[in-house]
Design a protein around this ligand. Structure first.
Ligand SMILES: *[C@@H]1O[C@H](CO)[C@@H](O)[C@H](O)[C@H]1NC(C)=O
Ligand SMILES: *[C@@H]1O[C@H](CO)[C@@H](O)[C@H](O)[C@H]1NC(C)=O
Ligand SMILES: *[C@@H]1O[C@H](CO)[C@@H](O)[C@H](O)[C@H]1NC(C)=O
Ligand SMILES: *[C@@H]1O[C@H](CO)[C@@H](O)[C@H](O)[C@H]1NC(C)=O
Length: 455
């Protein structure tokens, strides 16, 4: 793939015809995949399908500069559905904040068991991430000063030890994957830095040093293929970075120590080809998107990326907010415009962004809640599939599942092993078992350094 040249100098008329053709192309692509594919080999087939339509529509010779972006967009963000007797699958190459496949919760609940434990870390596993890129099966984890990448297939481990203090958060970089075909991890640390590391080449890339104190949560932007990164720090700021230029673009300030951050999910109505439209703080394509942050001041704040202004504050937690997540706008998971949070006050809360109100409180944990997630599970009720299952992990050594539409007690509980002594990180994994079986599993990191997978 070529580099990502985004400035175009087309006239209005030409641009319109280009956009129209793209719409037609993508629609045809959708139909083709929907009707002709048995879903199993979507990844293998992406290239073939694209090539087919490129030939058919003569796209290459008509719009040579568009092709790269188109394929990237397709591979990274395409959403499609398939129904079979075991699961409702939404293949969603939106690589980012949420798991990419939806599965039946009842199947998971009745059949899940612990099936894998990785080599133990020396102390608490602060963060886990899973690479959802096609063809990849990697988990990464952070504990002490160490970042580890594990190959899921053979448990092989690669270590990165360049931080001089605790690593708080790790993420696979969608930016490097989509733009440069490189396998890169990004990590934030108590040594005040954010580091990028190519784990295939074992090479440290950029180091972001502008924070004046420990860096906690980090996250890549949902838009522009992860080109932007936000980070929360104990210097009481949230920084927004341009990964492409390694520049710090903005500093959001109205919190005490910032524990966790999140980008709002990709909007289906956003025009992703409109690259030359930049906003006031230089974030290309950031218009309409927000950042959410949780803090030691017990509040959750939402920031408009376009205006760099705080637009909402949720202040009903009674202790530090450890984890925040945005709800995704997908057909089976209709939780758009909500935020989920977990706190040291032992509660998990659900908030409505538009009304600024708290929707639900889940109070069954008996200790600090370290992490919350919207799960990839759907429940079937009255013949309708609904993705309303959330989960949370706590120092009380449990992972709890709730249905957000019901005020009832939890749906399910996974008890950690005795030697785990609390659960501090978790991540859903859609592991390809055989050619046509994708299994939904849950990976968690414990306070005593164990990483386990159940499902
Ligand atoms: C699900 O489908 C497979 C074949 O596609 C079949 O072998 C299996 O029995 C089905 N399971 C149920 C529970 O219907
Ligand atoms: C959610 O998706 C629907 C249908 O795709 C769309 O009409 C709506 O605008 C989306 N909402 C948000 C907040 O993106
Ligand atoms: C800081 O937060 C408070 C509480 O929500 C709000 O009233 C105030 O406008 C915010 N200040 C800035 C600069 O965003
Ligand atoms: C859940 O509780 C809230 C108030 O606590 C109430 O307004 C709402 O109707 C309840 N929802 C259900 C489904 O019972």
């Amino acid at each position: 793939m070529k580099g990502n040249k985004r400035t175009t100098c087309l006239g209005n008329k030409e641009r319109k015809s280009k956009q129209l053709s793209l719409v037609i192309f993508i629609s045809l692509l959708c139909c083709y995949i929907y009707y002709d594919l048995r879903l199993n080999q979507v990844e293998d087939n992406v290239q073939k399908i694209v090539e087919y339509w490129v030939r058919k529509l003569d796209i290459e010779s008509r719009f040579p500069d568009v092709l790269d972006n188109l394929i990237r967009n397709y591979v990274c963000q395409f959403v499609l559905f398939s129904f079979n007797n075991q699961s409702v699958q939404v293949i969603h190459y939106q690589h980012l904040t949420q798991a990419s496949t939806f599965f039946m919760f009842d199947t998971f609940r009745s059949s899940s068991k612990l099936f894998e434990t990785f080599e133990r870390h020396a102390s608490c596993v602060n963060s886990i991430d899973y690479s959802t890129f096609p063809g990849h099966q990697f988990i990464c984890s952070a504990s002490d000063q160490t970042v580890c990448v594990w190959n899921v297939k053979d448990n092989k481990q690669i270590k990165f030890n360049r931080h001089s203090s605790n690593v708080n958060c790790v993420k696979f970089s969608p930016y490097h994957h989509c733009n440069h075909r490189r396998d890169v991890i990004c990590s934030s640390s108590r040594d005040n830095t954010i580091r990028f590391w190519d784990f295939k080449e074992n090479q440290q890339l950029e180091v972001f040093k502008e924070h004046n104190s420990a860096v906690y949560g980090i996250e890549f932007s949902s838009f522009n293929f992860g080109r932007y990164l936000c980070s929360g720090s104990s210097d009481k700021t949230i920084r927004l970075w341009d990964v492409e230029t390694s520049k710090s673009l903005h500093n959001f300030k109205n919190h005490s120590i910032v524990c966790c951050v999140a980008f709002s999910p990709l909007q289906s109505n956003q025009n992703n080809y409109n690259y030359d439209k930049s906003n006031g703080i230089g974030v290309i394509g950031g218009n309409g998107y927000t950042i959410c942050s949780g803090s030691w001041d017990n509040t959750i704040q939402i920031w408009d990326i376009e205006t760099a202004k705080q637009i909402t504050e949720f202040n009903r937690h009674k202790d530090i907010v450890k984890s925040v997540k945005y709800g995704l706008n997908a057909t089976v998971m209709n939780v758009a415009n909500t935020i989920l949070s977990g706190s040291n006050d032992k509660s998990v809360r659900l908030w409505d962004i538009r009304s600024g109100k708290q929707i639900q409180v889940f109070n069954e944990h008996t200790s600090i809640v370290n992490v919350v997630e919207y799960s990839p599970f759907v429940v079937k009720r009255n013949k309708i599939f609904n993705g309303n299952v959330i989960c949370s992990a706590s120092n009380d050594n449990t992972i709890c599942f709730w249905d957000i539409r019901l005020n009832k007690t939890k749906l399910h509980l996974i008890q950690g092993q005795d030697e785990d002594d609390g659960i501090c990180s978790l991540k859903f994994l859609s592991i390809q078992k055989k050619k046509d079986i994708i299994k939904m599993s849950l990976c968690y990191g414990s306070c005593k350094g164990f990483i386990r997978i159940c499902g």
